[in-house]
Ligand binder design. Structure first.
Ligand code: ADP
Ligand code: MG
Length: 696
């Protein structure tokens, strides 16, 4: 017996449950609200709420919650029980249509980026019928959007849904031009690969930096790291296997299609990839996946670390965002296709993405910016901060033939000119796997590799969808007015390639030479969060998001504030933690070791006055120097934290980067040296070796 199909989705109020439990016309209304965004009327909502409640109670649920995704990057819930008093001390279990559709949590403790100053503290949550309700820990969770009372989005779901509408609106115009009339809507799809580390809980808890900040703030390199590459795809250890098994089972019950799992490059690092689905659902599922990873790890006496760079000098964790566009009749618009027409349509959609990535490099960079991911981008085995695209040799050759109106393969120049007939059949596996590209075409989808492991995937997909919607809009405007569609299409494709080919790079993205070349091509290299975030408010970006009704200007400004503010907060907590660990743990421990060495010297000299005591003396000399230096740096760092400028959020973020972060890095140098020099019995913390090889 295979237990998986039976339990799959058993905690999800999905289509098959609804078909069973809802009257036909209500079921149809729900379907329409899912596919075409039609609103449910209140009578239907009441019926759905009742059916949901009955189903949830049968599954043991006692409470319901609107489940939403505020700007903290994690999910929020507020539980209400189904209990409702009916007089005489009796209760019934109730859940109304109104409670399903709308909630009113107090929004005042969630980040709002200033939206709260202008609007009321109340916020409201609104049911998102495109994502199924589910039961988690005995709570019926209803996926919702979260807005301020004035209607401004306070969450990550609302703009994502709006961006999906935008790409649908513009993409449908293009499909019509290709005579594609059966398609009723298009949706983007995403399969996010999630990387993470597992650390033994007891070892983890001995490091305040891991507990408070999610990463190690210092730590000397272990004698054995990932050099041997013996972890990647290696045999999975029994404790990890047990964790993965339980994780899969719990995710399957929630309808998350966890599919592949393997060890990653660094010791203690792993990856989980689900089967792709509609972007909005993929975003919800990825949040659930991260939550379950953390929770289930604890049950196995492990801790799941989702930080982008838990250890310096070792691979960080990313979240590859595999992205494509699919039509209501199940076609993938990034699939090269069989017929010349499909080929031409494919080429157009390829161009749409090329232009979007080039025009909105800055927004893509912002969408992955965080204090944590800044540490990862450009470091070991991670894409640089420069956005570029990889298309594969074959596709690039085809594009360059079109660009130069030259023959390609056995095709005549004339055939190239007609544009729509040019594409030879090319096998999917010609997409040589360039693992160093931030944005790679992988046969029938794009893989965006810059997102960090801990972030919600909503932000990156909002940018991708909206930027692509904008190129679609421009092309539709042009092609709708063309006298000769095929000729106009050919010229359009050729011009887009000419104009945007600078973003295409098929070489080694990890190479320093590329960074220099990228700069000479005029590509942006925005290394840190405070470097890129100001681009949020560039006129072309405000224009983009307001035109497609994804963000209002007020919402954009709010997000700009939140991004910078959370950057400052993360660095603040890190700096405080480093100061405390240095003062209370490291410096006293090294001091004690120095004293013990001095006592040894005295003892040895008492036995033999000639004894050179070289080991002890040299250790003392070096460690004393490091203690003194470290202490000076510690005082400077404390001073920097106290001296924060008043200015605006950008000033603060720059100050944190230039004085606090750099002060931490500076102090770290001495701490790492002290770790190398101090006797193991005196060193108070687990080392990198202890942490990375803690699980067996
Ligand atoms: P790799 O590790 O080689 O990059 P994986 O197989 O681990 O590849 O991950 C590929 C991911 O891409 C999976 O989550 C898969 O579901 C997803 N994917 C495949 N096709 C599409 C598509 N059309 N749209 C979005 N994601 C897709
Ligand atoms: Mg991948």
């Amino acid at each position: 017996m295979n237990p998986v199909p039976d339990s799959f989705g058993s905690l999800v109020f999905n289509d098959s449950v609804m078909r069973q439990r809802l009257p036909k016309d209500v079921f149809r209304q729900v379907q329409l609200s899912m596919t075409d965004g039609k609103r449910l009327d209140s009578a239907a909502a009441t019926v759905v709420a009742n059916a949901m409640k009955d189903w949830a109670i049968e599954k043991g649920a006692t409470h319901f919650s609107h489940w939403f995704q505020p700007m903290t990057g994690i999910t929020a819930e507020k539980h209400d029980s189904f209990l409702s008093p009916v007089g005489g001390g009796r209760v019934i279990m109730e859940f109304s249509g109104k409670e399903l559709i709308q909630g009113e949590p107090d929004a005042s403790s969630f980040p709002s980026g200033g939206l709260r100053a202008t609007f009321e503290a109340r916020g409201y949550t609104a049911w998102d019928p495109t994502s199924y309700a589910f039961i988690k820990d005995g709570i019926l969770c209803i996926p919702t959007a979260f807005c301020s009372y004035g209607g401004e989005a306070l969450d990550k779901k609302t703009p994502l849904l709006r961006s999906m509408e935008a790409i649908n609106r513009q993409g449908m115009r293009i499909l019509k031009l290709f005579g594609n009339h059966q398609v009723t809507s298009i949706k983007t799809t995403v399969g996010p690969e999630q990387e993470y580390f597992l650390i033994d809980r007891q070892v983890y808890e001995k490091r305040k930096d891991l507990v408070f900040t999610g990463r190690t703030l210092f730590g000397a390199k272990p004698p054995k790291g990932q050099e041997l590459d013996d972890h990647y795809f290696g045999a999975i250890k029994p404790r990890v296997a047990a964790f993965m098994k339980e994780l899969n089972e719990e995710l399957w019950k929630l309808g998350v299609m966890a599919k592949t799992e393997h060890n990653e490059a660094a010791p203690g690092q792993h990856e989980l990839a689900p089967i792709f689905t509609t972007t909005n659902i993929a975003a919800d599922h990825n949040q659930l996946t991260m939550e379950m990873m953390r929770k289930i790890a604890r049950k196995h006496d492990l801790v799941c670390v989702l930080h982008e760079k838990p250890f310096a000098g070792v691979n960080g964790s990313g979240k590859h965002n595999n992205w494509s566009i699919s039509t209501s009749d199940g076609a993938n618009l990034l699939e090269p296709g069989e017929t010349p027409y499909e080929n031409a349509q494919f080429l157009l959609f390829l161009c749409v993405v090329i232009q979007a990535v080039d025009d909105y490099q800055d927004m893509l960079r912002i969408s992955v910016a965080s204090a944590g991911n800044d540490r990862r981008l450009g470091a070991n085995e991670a894409p640089p901060a420069v956005v570029s695209m990889f298309l594969g040799t074959e596709l690039e050759n085809i594009l360059s033939a079109i660009e130069n109106e030259e023959p390609y393969g056995n095709l005549e120049k004339e055939q190239i000119k007609v544009g729509v007939h040019v594409l030879p059949k090319f096998p999917k596996d010609t997409t040589d796997r360039n693992r160093t590209s931030p944005f790679a075409f992988t046969g029938n989808k794009f893989e965006f590799r810059m997102p960090g492991s801990s972030a919600s995937i909503s932000g990156v997909n909002v940018v991708l969808n909206t930027a692509v919607a904008e190129s679609l809009r421009q092309y539709a405007d042009e092609l709708e007015n063309a006298d000769n569609f095929e000729a106009a299409l050919h010229d359009l494709i050729r011009d887009v390639i000419r104009k945007h080919k600078r973003i295409v790079f098929n070489g080694n993205g990890y190479d320093d030479a590329w960074i220099r070349e990228a700069e000479s091509r005029g590509l942006l290299n925005l290394r840190t969060t405070p470097d890129c975030v100001p681009y949020y408010l560039a006129p072309k970006n405000i224009e983009l998001f307001t035109r497609h009704k994804v963000y209002s200007e007020t919402e954009l400004r709010a997000r700009y504030e939140i991004k910078l503010d959370s950057y400052c907060k993360v660095l603040h907590v890190e700096a405080q933690t480093l100061v405390e660990m240095s003062r209370k743990e490291i410096l006293p421990a090294v001091s004690a070791f120095i004293r013990s060495l001095s006592e040894t010297v005295r003892a040895r000299l008492a036995l033999d006055t000639e004894s050179p005591c070289r080991f002890e003396r040299e250790e003392i000399a070096q460690l004393s120097r490091h203690v003194d230096e470290a202490y000076e740096k510690l005082l400077r760092l404390e001073g920097a934290i106290r001296a924060l400028p008043r200015g605006d959020t950008l000033d603060r973020a720059l100050f944190y980067r230039d004085h606090v972060l750099s002060g931490m890095e500076d102090l770290r140098q001495n701490l790492d040296e002290m770790e190398r020099l101090t006797a193991a019995e005196f060193w108070p913390l687990p080392t990198y070796g202890d942490l990375m090889f803690s699980v067996n």
